[in-house]
Design a binder for this molecule. Sequence first.
Ligand code: NAD
Length: 350
Amino acid sequence: MSVTFAHERLRDIAHRIVQAGGSSEAEAAVVAGHLVDANLAGHDSHGVGVLPHYVRDIQAGLLRPNQAPEIVLENGSFAVWDGRLGYGQRIQHEAMEWCIATAKRLGVAVHALRDSHHIGRVGAYGEQAAAAGVVSVQFVRSDSGETFVAPFRGREGRYMTNPVCIAIPATATNPAFLLDFATSKLAMGKVREAHQKGVELPEGAVVAANGSPTRDPGVMYREPPGALLPFGEHKGYGLALACEILAGAMTGHGTTKGLPPYRGALNGSLSIVLDPSWLGAQSTMATEIDAFIAWVKSTPPADPSLPVLVAGEPERLNRAERLSRGIVIADMTWKQICEAASTLDVRVET
Ligand code: NAD
């Protein structure tokens, strides 16, 4: 069972919940816009379904509304931002604005973010940079007091789903390239969704606590729990460790060491932003991108019903469809949103 919402309606509901949690009108608009856009892009794991977690973190003092992000160290094209446990959607957006302006001035900008609450769908900031004509590479450390993801060849979780995002501006012919994924085989939100719906996971996504492969999402909710596996075996595992080091050790946010106490759903991140015009190759770059993508897409699909796509296309296709047909929210998710809203005296209805 599920409920379908027009995106404007869902944005209004999310806005009212975030504002009732203590955020200013402007902050609530940024957060609600980000969450609903994640639903529109097809990433329901990072859409309005996270609101009950956010409300819990606010009530526990672990998410602090209305935190203006602070640059604690600025050194030429480098800046360190302290998120002060504020809404990551606002903080990473503002930090990316700084990166874009600095990259246009100096060719490159690097921003390290620590102690931010959840920044959500990382691709949103890749899209923001690409729309401004700059290239971005983001490494993110997920930090939520749990360690669901096992290292390659391991069977106990040691860190979280640490996402990576690479975004490249559009050319006259091709929309922006947007590669944005968790380094685990599945984002944890997708395991939660499968568990709620009672459906099996794809092969190779999780192992039971004894290390045996399984498709049952329930193993993640038993004691002792199973573990999510990295995507691409040793390759995704290596990338996840790079996130811990670049977004955790290098930013001052810290890495996963033992089972940390729950401090809220936090993120540390390292973003590198480049203005390609500084390489003097802007026009040839666009021509090369267009020729290369045309070549890649000239391959016949192995299954004619599944066309060859380029990163960023699934999100655009989902957005077009969901803008016209609405956003489907699973019953369980809607129930949790209503419960969270009622704790803030917000009335929401379908
Ligand atoms: P996913 O597995 O759906 O992969 C998405 C990426 O793959 C996108 O770049 C998409 O364009 C591309 N893609 C998908 N199908 C494709 C195809 N057929 N051909 C070419 N490219 C294709 O993503 P995920 O790992 O489930 O992550 C979902 C979201 O969760 C991301 O937006 C990520 O930023 C977010 N996330 C955030 C955190 C956090 O701590 N803030 C942690 C984990 C994940």
